[in-house]
Design a protein around this ligand. Structure first.
Ligand code: ZN
Length: 440
């Protein structure tokens, strides 16, 4: 009986000790050295976000994400999540920056001790192309400018020629961050180019590339300079025939063009060109387009001979050092012979869509109103550079056209800008988009 009571006390003691040990084991398993977190992975990293995932921790009540950037001394709490979550995305981060992240599991007052530290570098922002322009100084190059990125260590450009953007076979160029343009040279003219750019940041294992810009297309046209022309804004071509004149009208028209930094196209008579070389050279300096209007203006339409055209081109070349890039028939009517000779001499032909009849009215108000009341985007406007009344009208007309938002360009620029292709030699244009090839 005595022995039995002793055994019972011993049993209670053993059970008690076992229970305490069990509780201790459970406590250790669930606290302190417990709440271990595994399988933490970095997912998608963009220029402003880092995605994370991890394996669920049993009984975790929540997760805390710690973050610090290269510039910060210590971690700070970036996100607090409930225990059901096993992934998250940190947002509003800075581009091209190395970050360290940790995931901490929480239960009551316990949390993961010594969580693993993962590193991720955000890439630079997506590249952005600004403009593609064609050098017209004979250097045979395309200039591709882009928006600079203060975090970039370098920039990469890819370009290719083809019907549509496909960069599998693209060529690649790299420039340092102190430049804001790529130079592509030599240029294959009359070809469709595509470009895209991206920024690169970081060094060594942290080197990371930003996303490519949207591709930009550019049609490289031989001898067409579209520098400074906004393709989305209205533009017209002023044209002046029969000069240079034997009074000051021609020079006054050039004065206005120079004052406002605009250009025009001059269809000149060969004999007048030879008599006024300084005026013709000034037109070249002002980036005006030189046009052939036959040697003597003594044959109209079907009576224009091959020699009328060739002699005028030679007179312009002899005077200005450049050959004319356009032709207008005296009176405007054209023939197969004219078109064939123009095709041979690389000259498109230009008719007009607005006729000021300045030769008939010789009145500045009439000429001014004829333009201002009829002008629209893409027009080719006919005037003559030999009348003082035309010069008077031009002095008022050009600022008024600029006020209305028109860009004043050459015929060649107008066709190129509006059609995306260089004007075709031997083809006659009536305005930016209308071809008038019927012959007399
Ligand atoms: Zn004429």
């Amino acid at each position: 009986m005595k022995r039995t009571r002793k055994n019972t006390r011993l049993g209670v003691l053993v059970v008690g000790v076992v229970l305490i040990l069990l509780l201790l084991v459970i406590a250790i398993a669930r606290g302190g050295s417990g709440l271990k977190i595994g399988g933490v992975k970095i997912g998608d990293v963009t220029d402003s976000s880092i995605a994370l995932s991890w394996e669920p921790v049993r009984h975790a009540e929540g997760y805390k994400i710690l973050l610090r950037s290269e510039a910060e001394d210590s971690f700070s709490d970036a996100l607090q999540l409930d225990g059901a979550q096993t992934s998250c995305t940190l947002t509003n981060l800075t581009q091209a920056t190395p970050y360290e992240v940790c995931v901490v599991a929480q239960k009551g007052s316990n949390e993961t001790k010594h969580p693993a530290v993962l590193q991720a570098m955000t890439p630079p922002m997506q590249g952005k192309l600004d403009a593609i322009t064609q050098a017209m100084d004979g250097t045979d190059q395309l200039r591709v400018t882009f928006t600079p990125n203060p975090k970039a260590a370098s920039y990469e450009l890819q370009y290719m020629i083809g019907e549509q953007a496909n960069f599998d076979q693209a060529q690649s160029l790299t420039v340092q961050p102190d430049t804001d343009a790529f130079t592509v040279s030599p240029v294959q003219y009359n070809q469709q180019y595509y470009f895209r750019v991206r920024a690169l940041a970081g060094e060594g294992k942290n080197a990371v590339a930003g996303a490519w810009s949207e591709p930009e297309a550019y049609f490289a046209m031989e001898g067409v300079d579209l520098t400074g022309i906004d393709l989305n804004k209205p533009m017209i071509a002023l044209t002046f025939d029969d000069g240079p004149g034997y009074n000051e009208a021609s020079d006054r028209i050039l004065d206005v063009l120079e004052k406002y930094g605009v250009t025009a196209t001059f269809f000149m008579i060969g004999e007048n060109v030879l008599d006024h070389p300084e005026n013709v050279k000034r037109k070249v300096e002002l980036h005006c387009e030189l046009g052939n209007h036959t040697m003597r203006h003594d044959h109209l339409g079907s009576r224009v001979t091959q020699a009328d055209i060739i002699d005028c081109s030679d007179a312009i070349y002899q005077t200005a050092g450049v050959r004319p890039s356009s032709f207008r028939s005296p009176g405007g009517n054209t023939t197969e012979l004219i078109r064939q000779e123009c095709a041979k001499e690389n000259m498109p032909l230009y008719y007009w869509s607005v006729d000021t009849q300045d030769w008939k009215y010789r009145n500045a108000d009439h000429i001014y109103n004829a333009v201002m009341n009829n002008v629209s985007d893409g027009d080719i406007i006919l005037m003559h550079e030999i009348y003082l009344s035309t010069a008077d009208a031009v002095e008022r007309m050009i600022p008024a056209l600029l006020d209305q938002g028109y860009q004043l360009v050459t015929c060649r620029q107008l066709i190129a800008a509006k059609t995306g292709k260089a004007p075709e030699s031997g083809t006659q244009y009536l305005d930016a988009e209308t071809i008038k090839n019927e012959t007399t």
